[in-house]
Ligand binder design. Structure first.
Ligand code: 13P
Length: 264
């Protein structure tokens, strides 16, 4: 749709519920030893450890000047109060968290997060000066029933309407088809491109062509170093949200490197 766009790719590692804080320190040091300044010249990189790792992760990233942004996997919709077990976006911002994943399909499915909850969390992330990475994607049943575009339009429409139009340009959307997550069966570049172009069109319809052309759209679901270049060559795909392969620093750095040179 907009192949000449200057959108800077964002490669994010979603660690999910893996690594305690000591393991996180080890993994980040490992990443720091491998990453070269040239690796991040044209690409932004973030990692999203569990909450209990964030303080340690922040310390290591900052002390060792590792050029990787800190991210979280979700947050509360409220800033403070009687919400037992929740983590406030204010607390995340205090730890220099830059990106917060919102509405991951595991949160939507296992923890019953609705589009309304996701919208409230988008607002909370923005209110606290961080960037939401909002996940959208269809189940296998929805895909087989021909409902992919409807599902994406509903999820994306609800998320972008939560923020002022000019702010939407700076947010990140992540197309994560549920059937591709953790299955080893990534979407084909054709399917990923089709969905990302559709998502961009939904954003353009909701908040304008200019914003649609600026918003970054990641793909997630069984990303590996081997399929990175073909996915990143899709003109409407601006980055990757990596689960399993982000837990291994050597694999993750290969994905970052392959993202920088996909012939965009
Ligand atoms: P996998 O890369 O393990 O399929 O996970 C994708 C994902 O859910 C990232 O948020």
């Amino acid at each position: 749709m907009s192949p000449a766009s200057p959108r800077r790719p964002l490669i994010s590692g979603n660690w999910k519920m893996n690594f305690d804080h000591l393991e996180a320190i080890h993994a980040i040091r490992d990443l720091g030893l491998r990453i070269q300044p040239g690796d991040v010249q044209g690409v932004d990189v973030s990692i999203h450890p569990p909450f209990t790792d964030l303080r340690s992760a922040q310390t290591v990233l900052e002390a060792e000047s590792i050029p990787v942004a800190l991210g979280a996997q979700t947050c509360a919709a409220e800033d403070a109060g009687a919400f037992t077990g929740e983590i406030s976006p204010v607390m995340l911002a205090k730890l220099h968290v830059t990106y917060v994943i919102v509405g991951h399909s595991e949160r939507r499915t296992l923890f019953h997060e609705s589009d309304e909850t996701v919208a409230a969390k988008m607002k909370a992330v923005h209110r606290n000066g961080m960037t939401p990475i909002c996940c959208v994607g269809e189940s296998i049943d929805e895909r087989e029933a021909g409902l992919t575009r409807d599902r994406l339009a509903t999820q994306v429409g609800s998320a972008v309407r939560a923020l002022p139009g000019d702010v939407v340009a700076g947010m990140v959307l992540a197309y994560e088809p549920i059937w591709a997550i953790g299955t080893g069966q990534a979407a084909t570049p054709e399917d990923a491109q089709d969905a990302c172009a559709w998502i961009r069109g939904v954003v353009a319809d909701a908040v304008g062509e200019e914003v649609g052309a600026q918003v970054r759209i990641q793909y997630g679901g069984s990303v590996k170093a081997e399929n990175t270049a073909e996915l990143m060559a899709c003109p409407d795909l601006d980055g990757l949200l990596v689960g399993g392969a982000s837990l291994d620093a050597s694999q993750f750095i290969e994905i970052v490197r392959a993202s920088a040179h996909p012939g965009r």
